[in-house]
Design a protein around this ligand. Structure first.
Ligand code: ADE
Length: 264
């Protein structure tokens, strides 16, 4: 899977991408992270990529031209790689003909990123991210190229690079082979709509705190039951919104489980 990140600060992306699990996945050729410097596409001879906002107001806006040309170059490179012959027409709607390459604009003015969205995007072969800066981006180029708008939370950051890296990390770890242990996809937070249960490693007693005895019992079914109960408790405490949604969807299952418990 290939991530193409349009940015004014490619070094920020490269610094993160080459480390840890992402770095290893790149070396293993499971993913690529291609930071593309928008500034190299500007027509302005002084290398400018921003200008004042029509209608007044503080701050500068990223201009349409360098972003559009940068995007066009990325799309062309992807299509060349795929061996597609369809010409890329910058003016007409033929830009969007055929398969549209998912192009994500990172902005706080968008639905918040979720594990479900990560799963959806993990099915793509190529994803393009656009990282904004200054006061934002000329709306016209967004209308032209963007397929998805994503926020990482209800707060405002100085640019879209960190949000894009958050998405890349969450998507990349879903690509088969990126995580060492296949099992770790299955049981973690959000996959079934609940937060993950607490976990323990050696020693059995640390600063007087004991590992819950059921985890030492070797009784697999009891361990699973305990973990599910702990997931429910934790989700109810920390994310009542998720708990409500889970209970609504699993009302019957949970009621049956409670009945079974009361009968034993
Ligand atoms: N750019 C600035 N703040 C952001 C946020 N919260 N999410 C995504 N992109 C952003």
């Amino acid at each position: 899977m290939n991530f193409h990140i349009m940015t004014l600060f490619p070094e920020l992306i490269d610094g993160v991408a080459k480390t840890s699990i992402l770095g290893r996945a790149i070396q293993k050729d499971l993913i690529s992270v291609n930071a593309v410097d928008i500034r190299t596409y500007t027509d302005n001879k002084h290398g400018r990529v921003d200008d004042y906002t029509y209608g007044g107001g503080a701050g500068m806006l990223m201009q349409a031209q360098p972003i559009y040309d940068c995007h066009q170059a990325i799309v062309e490179a992807i299509r060349d790689k795929e061996g597609a012959v369809a010409p890329f027409n910058a003016v007409s709607d033929s830009y969007n003909e055929g398969r549209r390459i998912r192009t994500v604009y990172m902005t706080p003015q968008a639905p918040v990123f979720t594990q479900e969205k990560a799963r959806e995007l993990a099915d793509e072969e190529d994803i393009i991210f656009l990282c904004g800066h200054y006061e934002g981006v000329d709306e016209r180029v967004l209308e032209e190229i963007v397929t998805d708008y994503i926020s990482i939370g209800d707060y405002v950051l100085t640019g879209g690079e960190l949000p894009a890296l958050v998405c890349v990390d969450a998507i990349a770890r879903l690509v088969p082979g990126v995580l060492g242990n296949g099992e770790s996809y299955e049981t973690e937070s959000f996959d079934d709509g609940l937060l993950e249960y607490p976990q323990y490693s050696r020693p059995e007693i640390w600063r007087g705190r004991e590992v819950p005895p059921v985890l030492l019992s070797g009784h697999h079914a009891n361990v699973e039951k305990w973990r599910h109960e702990q997931s429910l408790i934790r989700t109810k405490e920390r994310r009542p919104d998720l708990y409500e949604a889970y209970m609504k969807a699993h009302e019957d299952d949970e009621r049956a489980k409670k009945r079974r418990k009361n009968n034993t």
